[in-house]
Design a protein around this ligand. Structure first.
Ligand code: AMP
Length: 606
């Protein structure tokens, strides 16, 4: 379906008065990026001047950039961890922020295998809401008449815990969806969801998804856009439809709710929505009953103008699957955000995913940029006492790559986010970035991020089980297989069995799969257990000599023999074909790894 594009100009005529104001705000912020940044930093430093953290760096009440940069070090999460632990344990003194820490946001980035805890303050919710409020005004410049229908968005909350000191710890989106800002949002004809709040806020992921899908099916003709936060979430929703369409159609035929949906507030709100609609039920049975699911999104929701999902960064691997299910509908990546801070938005949201650039909004935090040459220098992992020269937002060079460093209202100062961004241009004087990658991430299927050290230790732990067979893992590599839904980790092992009469059985290798999963970080295990967004880990045992062939292949393509290192993750098709052609056996994890919402105690808090 052709999309109604108005102009390629990001600032064509606004759709309504409210949009005009939002666009005006974007213009003001981006025109004055440097002075907005100066003010943001001054405000953060002035209000937090008496925090324990800033006191320690003896700023003497200074709120200017030069003093800040010369005295305050660039840090990583690990540097702040002891302070964060004190806050989590109940110390209410102003450690990082003068404003009370209202809760912790649990990042999908991990430290020592557990989600990082990001302190936040109440007013950050308003800042997040402000960024959200800019998204539709921009979108309305590119797609007309979004007020004539609704958005089918699959949005979920996740489990939350309390820290020993009683603060809530939960993902940033869970915090946002549970906030008054979201629940009591005022009616906006351009932003009406098919999903009732009751469904979004249901903690049971099956009941939540089921209800959101059911509402989306009832309103199939009204749906103008289909979305989830990340591409993996939308694919999970399609898979859910594949597994549950018969029951969904039954509910629609009879106007009754699947007895598995027991949540009282959902039942109450669905009583107002449910009605018998046999012809809709027939339609769903006909479309979903076909073996071919190509274009299923466009078939079931025929007025969809675009998919609203992030497909940049690690999510780019899902583009072919989304194109298959949607018949190539445009994919809008609207914003770039994290638990630490919401960063910015895409002012050209209908652009091709490979060309997406996010514009940093200078009012969200104080932003600095570490040139990537310094960022990847192994000795600068904690840049401690001698701060390197970081670049300000207004002074970035087009074409160069930088690591993002932020100073937030909630009390992170010169904090390394770990994202590598390339400057593609400027909107007014605010830089625009292509998201290059997250540092050190080897494997990712959903929100999990597994680094090389985690994979290495998972392999080491699992290979203990081979000892009694006098067998060891001589080489390994991995890849994130997203052809299956949900995707799963594949680990290639080359084994050295000293006693071939007693080599490890399938049973043992399956236990090795599970042992690896048990060793992986808590986000991976949560995706496996609670979200069902990652499938069982697979070990593929390859023939002896395979990794030598891999090296020969790399050398034939120009790698240096002296410097050759086995890649711990492969994505290049010929290499994967080579590996797959040498597979002698495959083994899958037989059960789910252990996961509970509670954090595993760290050594310090034990
Ligand atoms: P979390 O802290 O769990 O909220 O994860 C935030 C991280 O997700 C960011 O630092 C990025 O690495 C990634 N991310 C967020 N938004 C985008 C985006 N639009 N494109 C690519 N990666 C993103």
């Amino acid at each position: 379906m052709a999309v109604d594009l108005i102009l390629s100009s990001p600032l064509g005529p606004p759709a309504c008065e409210k949009d005009a104001k939002a666009l005006q705000f974007i213009e003001e912020m981006t025109r004055n990026a440097d002075s907005v940044q100066e003010n943001v930093l001054a405000e953060i430093l002035a209000r937090n001047a008496h925090t324990e953290y800033l006191n320690g760096y003896k700023l003497g009440g200074a709120i200017d950039r030069e003093t800040f940069k010369s005295k305050v070090p660039v840090v990583t999460y690990e540097d702040l961890q002891p302070l964060i632990q004190r806050i989590a344990d109940g110390d209410r003194s102003p450690i990082l922020s003068a404003h009370p820490i209202s809760e912790f946001l649990t990042s999908s980035g991990t430290s020592a295998g557990e989600r990082k805890l990001m302190p936040t303050i109440q007013e950050e919710l308003d800042r997040r809401q402000l960024l959200y409020s800019l998204l539709m005004p921009v979108m309305n410049l590119y797609v007309r008449e979004l007020d004539k229908g609704k958005g089918l968005y699959f949005l979920f909350i996740k489990s939350e815990t309390k820290t020993p000191g009683g603060l809530v710890a939960r993902p940033v989106l869970t915090s946002y969806y549970k906030s008054e800002q979201f629940k009591r949002r005022s009616y906006d004809p351009y932003n009406v969801y098919t999903s009732p709040n009751e469904a979004i806020l249901c903690p049971d992921s099956f009941q939540s998804m089921y209800t959101q899908m059911l509402c989306g099916l009832y309103e199939r003709e009204q749906v103008l856009r289909v979305g989830a936060v990340f591409a993996s979430g939308l694919i999970r929703a399609i898979r859910f439809l594949q597994l549950n369409w018969q029951q969904l159609a039954r509910d629609i035929r009879t106007g009754t709710l699947n007895p598995k949906v027991t949540d009282a507030s959902i039942s109450e709100c669905m009583a107002r929505i449910l009605r018998p609609d046999p012809s809709l039920a027939d339609f769903i049975c006909k479309e979903c009953g076909e073996d071919n699911w190509e274009r299923i999104i466009a078939r079931i929701w025929p007025n969809t103008k675009y998919l609203d999902v992030i497909v940049t960064g690690a999510m780019a691997q899902y583009i072919p699957t989304l194109d298959y299910y949607s018949g190539g509908l445009p994919k809008a990546c609207t914003m770039y955000a994290s638990s630490e801070c919401y960063f910015g938005l895409n002012l050209n949201p209908m652009s091709n995913p490979s060309e997406v650039s996010y514009t940093i909004m200078p009012n969200m935090a104080y932003f600095e940029f570490l040139p990537n040459e310094l960022s990847s220098n192994p000795t600068s992992s904690s840049l401690g006492s001698s701060p390197p020269k970081l670049v300000d937002l207004a002074d970035l060079e087009i074409g160069k790559e930088y690591e993002l460093v932020i100073t937030t209202y909630a009390g992170l100062y010169r904090y390394r986010v770990g994202d590598i961004l390339r400057v593609t241009g400027f909107h007014n004087s605010a830089p625009q970035f292509y998201f290059v990658r997250r540092k050190n991430v080897l494997l990712s299927i959903d929100s999990d991020k597994t680094d090389e050290a985690e994979l290495q230790s998972a392999v080491a732990n699992a290979s203990q089980l081979l000892r009694e067979f006098n067998t060891s893992v001589v080489e390994y590599t991995s890849y994130a297989d997203t052809n299956s839904i949900p995707g799963h980790y594949v680990i290639y092992w080359e084994l050295l069995a000293k006693d071939s009469a007693n080599s490890p059985t399938d049973h043992v290798l399956r236990r090795c799969c599970l042992a690896m999963e048990e060793s992986l970080n808590s986000v991976y295990r949560q995706c496996r257990v609670a979200d069902n967004s990652i499938g069982p880990l697979e070990i593929r045992v390859v023939k002896n000599g395979t990794f030598e062939e891999l090296m020969d292949y790399a050398i034939s393509r120009g790698a240096s023999i002296n410097q050759y290192k086995v890649p711990r993750c492969v994505t290049f098709t010929p290499i994967m074909e080579l590996l797959d052609s040498r597979v002698v056996s495959t083994h899958f994890s037989p059960s789910l790894p252990h996961w509970t919402p509670e954090r595993r105690p760290t050594k310090k808090s034990q």
